[in-house]
Design a protein around this ligand. Structure first.
Ligand SMILES: O=C1O[C@H](COP(=O)(O)O)[C@@H](O)[C@H](O)[C@H]1O
Length: 241
């Protein structure tokens, strides 16, 4: 069973996850002298990144030993307001002066297919072509139960490689580039950040409904105790068990 951490307020959720990030980083650096983390995008995590860059947290992590990746990216230039890379640059990388060689971004100047292949290669090369095991993968949850860019009824849900793939979203007529579920599931720790009443139904479907990955893709993510959900009470309000 995944570990559920439920807090009263959004600020408490963010602090809970920031503390978990620090703990995971400290453990990884002590054991392997580096911390590899795949970041999530979208609307929810910006506040987490700002918190990690704040005075309260910035001295708690050896940032020069942290290597950053992106679990998914929009197929837009990294100057576009929709870019996950731009959001993280403003919220985390620039305030902490993270060196470019610690940041592994998707090259969205290439076609989605090429960008995904190139990113998969860069990741494998970073891990010396051994099994890719991130220390931590951060995830969000869309109100349609997508996570990373594993969207309902897309081909990537059936991908059986631990890799990076392009995803076409028919309803929006846009591409994204995303880790596959298998790549995410190889991580040491996985943490979901989910807050707000608007996410309550998705949380219930993913954690408690019958398995239906076409409708609830986040059910593809493993559910052992090293998968930590950080929720506020509104987002957790439809959890029955
Ligand atoms: O894991 C992720 O989830 C979000 C959905 O989060 P939201 O806060 O925007 O609702 C997703 O779109 C994002 O790209 C991804 O990394």
């Amino acid at each position: 069973m995944a570990t559920l951490n439920i807090f009263s307020t959004t600020d408490e959720v963010l602090t809970g996850l920031a503390d978990f990030f620090v703990q995971s980083a400290t453990e990884a650096i002590a054991e392997r002298e580096r911390f590899t983390v795949a970041l999530s995008g979208g609307s929810s995590p910006k506040k987490l990144y700002e918190l990690l860059a704040s005075a309260a947290y910035k001295e708690q992590v050896e940032w020069d030993k942290v290597y950053f990746f992106f679990g998914d990216e929009r197929n837009v230039p990294d100057t576009n307001p929709d870019s996950n890379a731009l959001m993280v640059k403003k919220a985390l990388f620039d305030p902490l002066n993270i060196a470019q060689q610690q940041i592994f971004k998707v090259n969205t100047l290439h076609s989605p297919d090429e960008a995904a292949k190139e990113y998969a290669y860069d990741i494998k090369a970073f891990f010396n072509h051994q099994e890719v095991v991130f220390d931590l993968v951060l995830l969000g949850l869309g109100d349609n139960s997508h996570t990373a860019s594993l969207f309902p009824h897309t081909d990537i849900l059936h991908d059986i490689s631990a890799s990076v793939e392009p995803v076409f979203l028919e309803d929006q007529q846009v591409f994204r580039i995303s880790f596959t579920a298998l790549l995410i599931n190889q991580a040491r720790y996985i943490a979901f950040l989910v807050y707000g009443q608007g996410k309550a139904e998705a949380v219930h479907h993913v954690l408690e409904d019958e398995r239906n990955i076409e409708e609830y893709p986040a059910q593809l993510i493993r559910t052992d105790a090293d998968v930590h959900w950080f929720l506020d009470e509104p987002a957790a309000s439809l959890i029955k068990k």
